[in-house]
Each structure stands twice: as C-alpha cells, then as structure tokens.
Design a protein around this ligand. Structure first.
Ligand code: FAD
Length: 373
C-alpha cells in the first residue's frame, strides 16, 4: 500500500498553505489530494482580498486572527516569490468600504468604534478610519466617485492579490520542497485503523498515513460525518463579474470593486442562499453592477466579459474551524471563509499545530466543538 507521513485531502487555498507549512516544519512525506470538481472552485473563483477590516465584530479572537494574518501577508508573498519566482501580485495599498448617503456613513463610523473596542479587549489595534468624500476622492484621484458617495472607511494595512497565482505559487513551492500533489484524485473515505494509522481510500487506490488533514471545503462534511463529526458549515453563493481591460485608475480595492494590475475590474459582493448551485443569474449581476455604478459611474461604460458563481464555506460565527477530531487525535479538519486573507496563518500557525511542534494559544478557540450545543 502507498504510505505517507501526512495526507492532506483538498488542494485549495487552505490545503495548499497547510501542506507547505507541514513540509517546512519537518512533516516528512506529505501528500495532497485534490479532486478538482467544477462545483468546488472557490479557491479559483474568489475576489482576492487580503482583508481584516470589518472582520470579528463581537468576536475578538477572530478580529485578532484576521489582523495577525494581514500583518504576515507582505512577508508571506515575498517568501513565495523568492522560493518559486512567482509574483502573487500582492498590492499592499490598503482597502476601503464606501458609504452611500449620510446614514451609511454614520453606520460605518459606529462599526469602526465597535470593532476598535473589541480589538482593544483582545490587545490589538484596529487601524481603520473614516474618510469624508473629499479625502476618499483624493486617495483614488484617477476615478470619479458617484454623487451619492459620502465617504469610506479605510485602512492602509491590507490589500489584494491574484488568488490564482497564490494557489499556483503555494502548490508549486510545496512540490519544489518534495511534497506530492495528486490532482484529480478523489478521496472516498477516511478510516482510522487499530494501529493508530489512517487509511485513505481514493479513486486510484488506498493510502496509509500517520496523520490526515481534511481541508476539502464543502467536500469535508461527507468525509467527516462518516467519522461521527458534524462539521458546522453552510454554503453561500457569491457571483463575480469581470470587465474588459482598461487603463489603471483604481489602485485601492474597495470591498465590492477592485481593479487588477492588468486593468480588469472585478465586481462582486452578492450573497445568496442557493445550496451548492453555483450558476450565475442576471438578477444578481444586475443588482451588483448597479451598486458598483453608484460608486464609480465609469463602470457603466465598460464591457463586462465574464462572470461566475462560487460557493463560500461559511460557519455560524463567520470564523474559521480548525479542529482535531474527537476520539481520533491524528485526524484534523479545517473549514473556513477568507482562506485568501488567512493563508499566511494556515502556513505559519495551523501547520505547526497539526504537527504538534507549536500550539498558538488562540487555535483552540476555533474548534468545531464550539458549535456543539
Ligand atoms: C465569491 C467569493 C469571493 C471570495 N472572496 C474572498 C476574498 O476576497 N478574500 C478571502 O480571503 N476569501 C474569499 N473567499 C473565500 C475563499 O475563496 C475560501 O475561503 C477558500 O477558497 C476556501 O479554501 P479551502 O481550501 O478551505 O476550500 P476549497 O477551495 O473548497 O478547497 C477544497 C478542495 O478540496 C477538494 N476536495 C473536496 N472533496 C474532496 C475529496 N473527497 N477528495 C479530494 N479532494 C476533495 C475540492 O475539489 C477543492 O479543490 C471568497 C469566496 C467566494 C465564493
């Protein structure tokens, strides 16, 4: 039978970042499977923000976790570039959430105060401020704001990346360092054995490992339920749309609109309850395009060339799940939204915890057991 020290099931952003961290921390022979189903393309179909703003209101631990990830992002991107030669196109230009009208401006300002208090309790800063219309406009001088825009909340300490390049760079670094990536190989079952190893059954034969990490997005629930673990996740569809290329006029990403270094605009902030149906709909596209045009009227003059839907992995409190399975302490599961933003921590904190070479004090706060009532 094929053997490995650790098997990671799922080669999305989480599985790839963790696998790389496992290798770099002495994990030995690490094998990563990915089935590459078109219905599970969120690691290839997301918006690419590396973001902490607005995350963790009422959840100090998640606020701190998100902030910690952002602090590590520039170094993580530099490391990937140095080791693979691949530029993940991280732009650390800050990020904004615009306000339409006075009521929204006031609500944004209040939400900053709330999270600032939350963060102060958790011993971290929350470097976010409100900009009035004039200051917001001066920050992005090459693009004209719509008449209803009253300002924005803004932080200089976050940014955006090319998520496809990120995924490629992490997988490539993993393989360069000796890891094995088996794409198109579906895992059908994870079976603990009496000798404390784990049998991983795949469509191309069985494998045996000392440890297993289930990082299979929406595919995780089925694998884990057979082990008696109910994973507390639910699906939420998001739709994104991409414009033709044009001159670079927006250097700072806004939560719902960003422009990439090659000139395309991306729009996307829809949230829908559609189970695992990832199709696009004219209604959602029209609604989010309309909102984006209220922010930047010039978007109404562009051709929109592509659109897609992808299904977020959401948890009841919005924070990630990093968990060791009850009764199977060599089987781990991770499931989360915001795996782009949190990739540096998957590499630097989650992987060492799985290996047992370092347990960050916050990690136990993210167990799946927090939702068991
Ligand atoms: C519209 C949209 C916009 C988003 N924008 C952002 C953003 O701006 N910033 C941010 O940080 N996050 C964003 N996200 C969230 C982010 O994309 C996800 O958190 C991330 O992709 C999750 O990665 P993952 O590796 O945990 O899961 P997945 O991407 O689901 O990866 C799991 C992998 O496991 C594989 N798999 C499943 N079952 C099996 C099996 N049985 N055997 C083998 N392989 C299996 C799947 O094929 C898949 O490739 C967005 C998501 C969406 C949908």
């Amino acid at each position: 039978m094929n053997t490995a020290d650790i098997i990671v099931i799922g080669g999305g952003l989480s599985g790839s970042a963790i696998s790389l961290g496992l290798l770099e921390n002495g994990g030995g022979n690490v094998l990563m499977f990915d089935e590459q189903l078109p219905t599970q393309r969120l690691s290839r179909g997301n918006f690419g923000l590396t973001w902490f703003m607005c995350k963790g209101a009422g959840h100090p631990v998640y606020a701190k976790w998100s902030r910690m990830a952002c602090i590590e992002w520039p170094e993580f991107a530099g490391k990937l570039k140095q080791e693979t030669g691949m530029d993940v196109e991280l732009e650390w230009t800050g990020g904004a959430v615009h306000a339409l009208g006075d009521a929204e401006f006031k609500a944004h300002a209040e939400s900053i105060k709330t999270i600032q208090n939350t963060c102060a309790d958790a011993g971290i800063d929350y470097p976010v401020e409100m900009l009035d219309r004039q200051s917001f406009s001066e920050l992005i001088p090459d693009i004209t704001l719509g008449d209803e825009v009253t300002g924005a909340m803004y932080t200089p300490s976050q940014g955006h990346v090319n998520p496809l390049k990120l995924l490629t760079a992490m997988r490539s670094d993993f393989q360069k360092k000796g890891g094995t990536f088996l794409g198109g190989q579906t895992v059908s079952a994870v079976v603990p054995r009496p000798d404390r190893t784990v049998l991983v059954k795949t469509c191309r034969g069985d494998y045996q490992a000392g440890k297993v990490v289930v990082a299979s997005g929406h595919g995780s629930a089925r694998l884990l339920s057979a082990l008696g673990e109910k994973l507390h996740i639910y699906p939420q569809r998001g739709q994104l749309m991409v414009s033709e290329r044009c001159r670079r006029v927006l250097q700072i990403p806004v939560l719902s609109v960003r422009q990439t270094p090659d000139g395309t605009f991306l729009i996307g902030l829809s949230t829908e309850d559609t189970a695992l149906n990832n199709r696009v709909t004219a209604e959602a596209m029209k609604r989010q395009a309309g909102e984006a045009i209220r922010l930047f009227p010039m978007l109404g003059r562009l051709n929109w060339v592509r659109g897609w839907g992808a299904i977020r992995v959401m948890t009841p409190d919005g924070a990630p799940i990093y968990t060791r399975l009850n009764g199977h302490d060599n089987i781990y599961a991770v499931a989360l939204h915001s795996a782009v933003s949190l990739a540096p921590l998957a590499f630097s904190i989650v992987a060492p915890w799985i290996l047992g070479v370092g347990e960050h004090p916050l990690i136990q706060k993210f167990s799946n057991g927090r939702f068991h009532v």
